[in-house]
Structure formats: structure tokens, C-alpha cells
Design a protein around this ligand. Structure first.
Ligand SMILES: [Zn+2]
Length: 315
């Protein structure tokens, strides 16, 4: 879920959002803070936010951040593309094409482990992925807090979609749970992972995709890297952070996968945030995306985003 900028004129302002500070690192529980970087919300509010690193384990998070009553306005844009099926601009079209390609890639990643069964997609947006999985014979359920996206998923695909995980009927157990670019948006990582663990059937798989701030494109763009996407992204993961969190919550790693398309899309957005000539920006974005993927192929560097496939550990 990455926000898309179409309108640079910020018709939208937030006067005094209520902010909350993260006092304790959710990965290692340390309370001392390290380096801080200021990053601007280029896509919606134009406001500046701090990304803070934990003083002990260097996990990075947005703090202070808008609280749960006030974060909603930072998603309020006609152009928040994960919540729409917009197909107006060339960038929307590229996004929609890549979304279709990704839906097939996601199916492939899951089918290998569970070719059928009950599937729960948390943060399902307009339900494209679930509709595809339903057509492949899975019994699907979605969770989506955004009302417009949820109604669109229900109306277009007749999929049961709930506003939050704890409203999914308690008897349901899932062979597959997915969170595609969603974990970085949830206010509480640990309670979310506990909820997923509770709803996953024995030996069920849990698939997560998140941006990786150790990718070459993240380092290249620095604070302009579009996948920081503050304040909507609360958490800024590296692989070691996810490995540690998942292990502590009873999951064992099955595999990680590189996500090749993300670098191009993120580079395209990052270039637009930097401004300048659009065509040159597009060419540069293609070069940066390709180079990030080449670096990931030949070194230990991750791609712009990483997919993690884990399953419940044997008791
Ligand atoms: Zn820490």
C-alpha cells in the first residue's frame, strides 16, 4: 500500500493532528532512542515526520505519529491508489498492470504450499487478490479498515470483508493468512502477529510483504524514498527485524522472496517527489529500479520490498 501523488497542490491540510510518541522499541523493548531522520509526507499532507531508530537494535519507526483517531485523514485522498481502482493517468495504468501481474505472482507463492483451503487477506483493499484466489478455488475472507475499499470489495466480488481481524467469525481457521504491504501500517505489530497466530491453522502459512529500508533504492533516495510513506508507514523494516519478530511470535521461516517490480514503482514515485522534468525522472526511475534489482541479484542486498513466507512452528 503505497500512496500515489497526482496533485501537487495541497488542497488538504491537517491543523493539529493528535500525535503519539513511541516510547519503547517493539522489536527489542529498549527505551533508548538513536538516530532521527526527518521525512516529508510528499503524497498527501506535505507535513514533516521523524523516523527514529532504536538505540539498541536500530529498528526504525515513525515517532511521534498521528494517533488512531487522527491517522485516517492522512489516507484521505482521491488518489490513494490502494483504496481505488483508478485508471486515469499513465501512472495509474502502470500501477494497475503491475497489480495484475503481482496478483498472479502472489497466487504462485501460496499455491505451492496450500493449493486450496481458507485464506484470510488482512488489508485486502478493493479485493483484487482475493477475487483471483476465489477463482482458483480458495474460500476467501478479507479484512479492510477503509470503508470505501471494503464496500468496493464486497460489491464487486461478493467477498466477506470485515473492518478488523477480531470481527472475523471466531470459528474460522485459515490455512493461509496474507498481509501484502500492510504490516508497516498497523499500529501494534505485536498484537497483530498474535492475532494472526491465533487464526492460523496448524502448519498454515503466513505471507508478509513489506518495503526493505536496506535496499539499494532506499539508500539512493534517502528521505525521498517513497516507501517511507510517513505517517502512513509506522514501521520501517529490515530483514533482521522481521526474522526476530516472527520467531518470537511462534513462526518459522519457510522462505523469503525478492520482489522485483517494487523498485521501479517506488523509484518512479521517489523521482516525482524530488521534482524536475517528468520524462527525465521516468528514465532515471527505470535506471534506479533496474540497478537496485541488479545489486540485489549479485550481492546480499535485499530488493526494494521483501516477501516472507512463514508457518507456525511445531509445538
Ligand atoms: Zn530495538
Amino acid at each position: 500500500m503505497i500512496s500515489e501523488t497526482v496533485n501537487y497542490e495541497r488542497s488538504f491540510h491537517v491543523e493539529h493532528p493528535e500525535m503519539e510518541t513511541i516510547e519503547q522499541c517493539p522489536v527489542c523493548s529498549c527505551e533508548s532512542l538513536g538516530r532521527t531522520t526527518n521525512v516529508t509526507d510528499h503524497s498527501i499532507s506535505g507535513k514533516s515526520f521523524s523516523i527514529v531508530e532504536c538505540g539498541a537494535c536500530q529498528f526504525a519507526f515513525t515517532s511521534p505519529r498521528p494517533d488512531q483517531q487522527h491517522i485516517g485523514v492522512f489516507y484521505q485522498s482521491d488518489t490513494y491508489i490502494s483504496h481505488t481502482n483508478s485508471n486515469k493517468t499513465w501512472r495509474d495504468k502502470i500501477y494497475q498492470l503491475s497489480r495484475q501481474w503481482m496478483v498472479r505472482r502472489k497466487h504462485k507463492a501460496i499455491h505451492k504450499y496450500h493449493p486450496h483451503g481458507q485464506l484470510l487477506d488482512i488489508g485486502c483493499g478493493t479485493g483484487d487478490f482475493l477475487a483471483h484466489q476465489m477463482s482458483r478455488g480458495y474460500l476467501v475472507t478479507g479484512v479492510e479498515p477503509n470503508l470505501t475499499a471494503r464496500e468496493s470489495a464486497i460489491a464487486a466480488h461478493a467477498i466477506p470483508v470485515f473492518p478488523q481481524i477480531d470481527l472475523v467469525p471466531a470459528l474460522e481457521q485459515f490455512q493461509v493468512v496474507t498481509m501484502w504491504h500492510v504490516l508497516e501500517h498497523v499500529p501494534e505489530i505485536r498484537s497483530t502477529l498474535k492475532q494472526v497466530f491465533a487464526r492460523l491453522a496448524d502448519r498454515g502459512i503466513f505471507v508478509i510483504a513489506v518495503p526493505d529500508r536496506e535496499s539499494w533504492d532506499a539508500k539512493h533516495y534517502g528521505p525521498f524514498w517513497a516507501a517511507y510513506d510517513v505517517p502512513r508507514h509506522f514501521w520501517h523494516f529490515r530483514q533482521q527485524d522481521l526474522f526476530r519478530l516472527l520467531k518470537e511470535h511462534g513462526f518459522e521461516l519457510v522462505t523469503t522472496r525478492r520482489m522485483w517490480l517494487d523498485a521501479f514503482y517506488i523509484a518512479m514515485l521517489s523521482e516525482s517527489y524530488k521534482g524536475g522534468n517528468r520524462l527525465i525522472g521516468l528514465v532515471r526511475a527505470f535506471a534506479v529500479g533496474a540497478w537496485s534489482n541488479i545489486i540485489a541479484t549479485f550481492t546480499r542486498a535485499p530488493t526494494s520490498s521483501t516477501m516472507y513466507v512463514v508457518r507456525k512452528s511445531k509445538p
